[in-house]
Each structure stands twice: as structure tokens, then as C-alpha cells.
Design a protein. Structure first.
Length: 160
């Protein structure tokens, strides 16, 4: 186990290079680009505020009127440690999450993965959007996220 000061010293040293700030800004800018593209693709989608997180994950919540009526939302998630984007179906609370997981157990989810309820698990359904994002190719990154998320939303609309 390391002490906190050693961790802060490590963090400070790496921050001084400027590369960490540049990387973090690229990740956050990708979310702004994704948000704009989602709104442009479907103006009925309500896109929430970006949760920047604690360098564990950052996410952008979005919902449609139908998903909101079922107390559901989709999160476009960037997992910092794994360096990948995922999409999660999530609920407003644990009770709604459990009911939705139970409901989806009876369906063929195809390429989507049903989550197992456990402490700290916020997703109902999750899938990987981009395993190794290239932030130098922002328009391609945006497309590789927006289209599958929109398809996921349509799939959910159909089963609700």
C-alpha cells in the first residue's frame, strides 16, 4: 500500500509534463463533439450534463421521452483506466434497475450484454463502443460512438 503523499508526488510529476492535461482535454472535447452530434442526429434526445468523474470514468447521460417515461437513460461512458468507450442503459434507481434486468432476462439481447446486479454496478445493459479510441481522428471517433448509441436507443424503444 502506498501512502497518499507518494501518490500525489507521482501525480504532480506527471502533470508537470503537460501531457496529462492534453490527454484529459482531448477526452473531454470528444464528449462535447459527441453531445453535439447526438443532438443533431435526433433533436428529441435530451442530453444531460457531462460528468467528468475522478479519472475513473466520465460519462454523458442521454434519454428520450420514452426512456424517461420508464425512468431509464443511456450513458456514454469513457473508462479512463481501460481507455475505452462504452454505452450503458441505466435507471434512476436500484428498484427500476432490478425490474428492468428481470424483464430483459427473457429476451435475446444479441450483441448487448445484460449486467448482473451488484454493489457499484450502475448498468442494466452494457456494450463496448470503441476499444481503442484514436483522439487524433475526432470525426471518426464521433461517428463510431454516435451511430451505435442511436441504434441502441432505437432497439430499446422497440422493446419498451
Amino acid at each position: 500500500m502506498t501512502n497518499i503523499q507518494s501518490s500525489v508526488n507521482y501525480y504532480t510529476t506527471h502533470m508537470q509534463s503537460g501531457m496529462m492535461q492534453e490527454a484529459y482535454q482531448a477526452i473531454m472535447k470528444s464528449f462535447v463533439s459527441i453531445k453535439q452530434a447526438m443532438i443533431k442526429k435526433d433533436p428529441f434526445i435530451k442530453v444531460g450534463a457531462l460528468y467528468q468523474g475522478y479519472l475513473d470514468m466520465s460519462y454523458l447521460p442521454l434519454t428520450s421521452p420514452n426512456l424517461a417515461a420508464h425512468q431509464l437513460k443511456i450513458a456514454i461512458v469513457y473508462l479512463h483506466k481501460e481507455a475505452r468507450f462504452e454505452a450503458w442503459l441505466s435507471a434512476t434507481n436500484r428498484l427500476v434497475q432490478a425490474k428492468m434486468i428481470h424483464r430483459l432476462k427473457a429476451l435475446d439481447l444479441g450483441k448487448y450484454t445484460l449486467s448482473k446486479p451488484a454493489p457499484g454496478v450502475d448498468s442494466i445493459v452494457a456494450f463496448t463502443l470503441v476499444k481503442s479510441p484514436n483522439f487524433d481522428q475526432m470525426s471518426e471517433l464521433q461517428s463510431s460512438i454516435v451511430a451505435p448509441v442511436h441504434e441502441f436507443m432505437q432497439w430499446l424503444e422497440d422493446i419498451l
